[in-house]
Design a protein around this ligand. Sequence first.
Ligand SMILES: [Zn+2]
Length: 166
Amino acid sequence: MSDTIAQFEMPTWDPCPFCEIVAGRGENRPVINSTEKTLAVLNPRQFEIGQLLVVPRRHAPTILDLTDDEAGEIMKTVRIAAEALVKTFNPDGITVYQNNGVASLQEVPHFHMHVVPRRKSSNWGSGPPHIAALQPKDGGMKQKVTVSWERAEEIASIIRPNFKTI
Ligand SMILES: [Zn+2]
């Protein structure tokens, strides 16, 4: 499922894993918080412990497909997520980013904003472009940092109490 208004080449992932979460069939991505238009879910790829995703409930493939209301509620949820990660993990910094189209390394064709607690010791370098270097084509690094449902739920459960509701 894609249907973006942009002319970007889009990744395919069927069924859409974020629509599956909205439908209550999330796999390995426990919901941390929900609002009328958004969900905050744990990213099963824990390059940094606590890194999470904020997604619209509606299947909007890219930033160009969001309504103004969705964009506003997503950003508000991202800010609250950043506060929750600071309270939970006391990180050295927070990285926020998102990708649109295959050329930007988008993998799931449903808008998602990454919110990542950072450590000075992190091996990400200065930002997302460096992730590519950590993710060889064989997916070796992804495998290493992908956590089990049990571990994902354990991490989500320590963030949840610090997540203010809108
Ligand atoms: Zn979707």
